[in-house]
Design a protein. Structure first.
Ligand code: HEM
Length: 399
């Protein structure tokens, strides 16, 4: 097999190909996407922190100067929303946006949410157990992070069912070489989501509540230069980033445990291993397999010269299995103590929600271990189509 992010076989098991890349071609040009694939942990980690690269180049150059075509006009509504969020901007705009939002996501602030997260997780798991099991993704993995982030932002309960489909459609644009149909779907979702949030933010400005949208709408009012577009871009980012990967860590994580029954038994016998187990599940089957960066100045990586204007694709899934960093990297070890996995990224875009994600995962895995101690797989799961955002379509279990 070779690197083929469009093949379901590769998506289901990319790790042998990654091992070969790390050994034989740790930095190599990939013709079909015109990107440089970077496979080793040390390089991925260094490039994430290197300010000669950026999530965008539009703060220093035009599309033409970077030898890139203009975005097709029909994509405008999509990019307006996405490029207004902190993930797709660089300093100084990034610094300002991140500072405004980060107050709500400090470890202390999110620790205060733990009892609420625990209550939600227990409620979902209790219902799941009463029903004798079912699809763990639809019944537990999805509703928990969606509810938590929707409550933080203040999205009314009646509208929450809209979030997951909008997010999934928007994420279609992040896959490699998305089809024209996927592009149109993403644009439509971004427009609808944006219209919805503009309405909600305007309402909250008039009738503020105790939620993040109200708080950010006040900032937008108060002259700290958070434009309405930035407000909407920030909320879309928080709502999407705030659940996509957590859903997939839950699904991929349980599937990893079922495939490694001795490790599952070890965890069942000692719930004290939960914190290291969660980090290990994030490492062993990484939910976000790849992140991209633009090269803003000529660089050399592993002896390979990469010129300004290039794009690098950082293979997180490969970095997390690098034997230079992890002992016996293909082994799932729920007690792994030294685990510098890269799943939350590194550098200035390091995941803002990492403390919240860790609490959500600890509470949902904890509730399932306690209340469904004999949970078992009921059917072979199927991977969703995504490679960049990689997760199971469903995970049928019996309790
Ligand atoms: C296990 C779950 C999660 C994983 C694996 C994850 C992973 C990541 C990664 C890798 C990045 C950096 C992307 C890059 O450098 O290009 C990132 C950024 C981000 N994540 Fe997460 N994330 C998770 C959960 C969350 C949650 C619950 C939130 C809640 C708000 C969140 C909010 C964000 C935001 C706002 C950014 C952008 C930060 C910036 O650009 O400065 N994430 N995440």
């Amino acid at each position: 097999m070779k690197f083929d992010p469009w093949s379901s076989e590769f998506v289901a098991h990319p790790y042998d190909v990654y091992a070969e890349l790390r050994r034989e071609r740790p930095v190599g040009f990939f013709e079909p996407t015109g990107q440089w694939l970077v496979a080793r942990h040390a390089d991925v980690n260094a490039l994430l922190r290197d300010r000669r690269l950026g999530r965008s180049y539009l703060h220093v150059a035009t599309h033409a100067e970077f030898g890139r075509p203009d975005d097709p006009g029909f994509q405008d509504p999509f990019w307006r929303v996405i490029r207004a969020g902190m993930l797709d901007v660089e300093p100084p705009v990034h610094t300002r946006l991140r500072r405004l939002v980060s107050k709500a996501f400090t470890p202390r602030m999110v620790e205060a949410l733990r009892p609420k997260v625990a209550e939600l997780a227990t409620g979902l798991v209790d219902r799941f157990v009463e029903n004798g099991g079912g699809d763990l993704i639809a019944e537990v993995a999805e509703p928990l992070p969606v509810t938590v982030i929707a409550e933080m932002l203040g999205v009314p309960e009646a509208d929450r069912h809209l979030l997951r489909p909008w997010s999934a459609d928007i994420c279609g644009m992040y896959e490699l070489n998305p089809s024209i149909e996927a592009q149109h779907t993403a644009v439509r979702a971004a427009s609808e989501f944006s219209d919805y949030l503009v309405g909600l933010a305007r309402h909250r400005r008039e009738h503020p509540g105790d939620d993040l949208i109200s708080a950010l709408a006040q900032v937008a009012d108060g002259g700290d230069a958070l434009t309405e577009e930035e407000l909407v871009g920030t909320c879309v980012l928080l709502l999407n980033a705030g659940h996509e990967a957590t859903v997939n860590v839950t699904g991929n994580g349980w599937w990893s445990l079922f495939r490694n029954p001795a490790e599952l038994e070890r965890l069942r016998a000692d719930h004290g291993l939960l914190p290291t187990a969660i980090e290990e599940l994030m490492r062993w089957d990484t939910p976000l397999q790849m992140f991209e960066r633009w090269v803003l100045e000529d660089i050399t990586v592993g002896g390979v010269d990469i010129p300004r204007g290039s794009e690098v694709a950082l293979l997180f899934g490969s970095a997390n299995r690098d034997p230079e960093v992890f002992d016996d990297p293909d082994r799932l070890d729920v007690g792994r103590a030294d685990n510098p996995h890269i799943s939350f990224g590194a550098g200035i875009h390091f995941c803002l929600g990492a403390p919240l994600a860790r609490i959500e995962l600890a509470e949902s895995f904890g509730a399932l271990l306690r209340r469904a101690p004999a949970m078992e797989l009921a059917a072979e799961p199927v991977w969703g189509p995504g490679y960049v955002i990689r997760g199971l379509e469903s995970l049928q279990v019996r309790v």
